[in-house]
Design a protein around this ligand. Structure first.
Ligand code: SF4
Length: 366
């Protein structure tokens, strides 16, 4: 998938980076602004009626000054998978109506960090110096892992780096089908490429400019053939209308083309959001029906569907998945031990337990 880029903004200290020149070459039709010139463009963007939409066609190239690696900002109140995030950039050219990035970042343009060498050095030191037995890393927390990869080439570089790491794994998460460069690499067992999946109708209506479910599954089959391990994330599950047959169909479609043995894990998370996101989404897209369902505030301040409805949803999907793959490593994103037990029948009392459960995917593989 190729996304249209109208403008490239370049920080003064990023002008000479080799990746900056490479990206300019690949986006030859885009207008380029450096330093003070792009600050004038930024002021104009603030006056747009929907800066966020326009910002999805603008890339800022910059050097990251802070750390690249940090723990996932999970909440202590729920069972968290203890993922570690590699901060590869932020913002996304796709435009899912439910996307939390609309709330997290007030900067509407996409940012790419051009100092990739610093990222790799930091990862080296981080893994070597942490004393932790195993790390599960992921890109794509503040962006999609592959959406801008045709410009940055970063995922291939990270896959090669992690192939040499015995104490760490890498997960690449996407809603695109931009996997061609990955197919040229022979992956090690510690690399997982995962796809966010949903009911087809939700994908079509809510995930604007993303790959269709069929395109994602086609990409997944190519990766499977190339030897990659795969992940699937049903997140956010939006249980509206005839949601049961719709999600059952997505599960069938996955297992029609993907072998259970290729799947490292499958996660589930019912729609949850910071209350202010509803206002942002309404102002950008008009009223979105499912944001007006019956929600209650969770311990993390997010609006969540009621306990019993979440259990029904998770139980339904888990039953369908287990019919196809009885031993599937299913996990819940940010839920309580009670929900885990009542929906999946699994005792998952702490984040450390969940961390071990997911790390196990690599012990089984090795
Ligand atoms: S693909 Fe992910 S990061 Fe991009 S808009 Fe959709 S939810 Fe947000």
């Amino acid at each position: 998938m190729k996304f249209r880029i109208d403008q490239i903004w370049i920080d003064d200290d990023a002008v000479d980076a080799p990746l900056t020149s490479a990206i300019i070459r690949k986006t030859s039709g885009s207008r380029v602004f450096v330093g003070e010139d792009y600050k004038a463009e930024a002021r104009k963007l603030e006056l747009e009626s929907d800066p966020f939409r326009k910002g999805k066609r603008i890339i800022r190239l910059m050097k990251r000054k802070g750390v690249f690696v940090k723990p996932c900002p999970g909440t202590r109140e729920y069972v968290c998978c203890n993922l570690e995030i590699i901060h590869i950039g932020q913002g996304c050219p796709m435009d899912c109506r439910y996307c939390a990035l609309q709330f997290y970042f007030n900067k509407p343009v996409m940012e790419i960090f051009v100092n990739q060498d610093d990222m790799i050095s930091e990862l080296h030191e981080y893994i070597g110096g942490s004393g932790k037995a195993f790390h599960r890393f992921c890109t794509g927390e503040f962006t999609d892992s592959l959406a801008l990869d045709p410009l940055t080439g970063l995922s291939s570089r990270l896959i090669r780096f992690f192939g040499k790491q015995r104490g760490a794994s890498l997960e690449i998460k996407t809603k695109t089908n931009s996997v061609e460069p990955l197919l040229r690499i022979t992956p090690d067992g510690n690399i997982v490429v995962s796809f966010s999946v949903n009911a087809s109708e939700i994908t079509r209506r809510e995930e604007l400019h993303a790959a269709s479910l069929e395109e994602r599954l086609k990409a997944a089959t190519l990766l499977q053939k190339a030897g990659y391990r795969l992940g699937f994330h049903f997140d956010p599950i939006v249980p509206v209308g005839e949601w049961k047959p719709a999600y059952a169909l997505t599960i069938s479609k996955i297992f029609d083309v993907i072998s259970p043995d290729s799947i490292a894990w499958i996660s589930m998370g019912v729609l949850r959001f910071q209350p202010v996101l509803k206002e942002i989404v309404t102002s950008r897209f008009g009223p979105v029906r499912y944001f007006h369902d019956a929600f209650s505030p969770g311990l993390d301040g997010k609006s969540r569907l009621f306990f019993k409805r979440r259990i029904d949803v998770y139980r339904f999907l888990a039953d369908k998945i287990r019919l196809k793959s009885p031993d599937a490593r299913i996990y819940l994103c940010m839920e309580s031990p009670e929900i885990w037990e009542q929906s999946l029948g699994i005792k998952m009392n702490s984040s450390a337990d969940l961390s071990n459960y997911l790390d196990e995917a690599f012990r089984v593989a090795s």
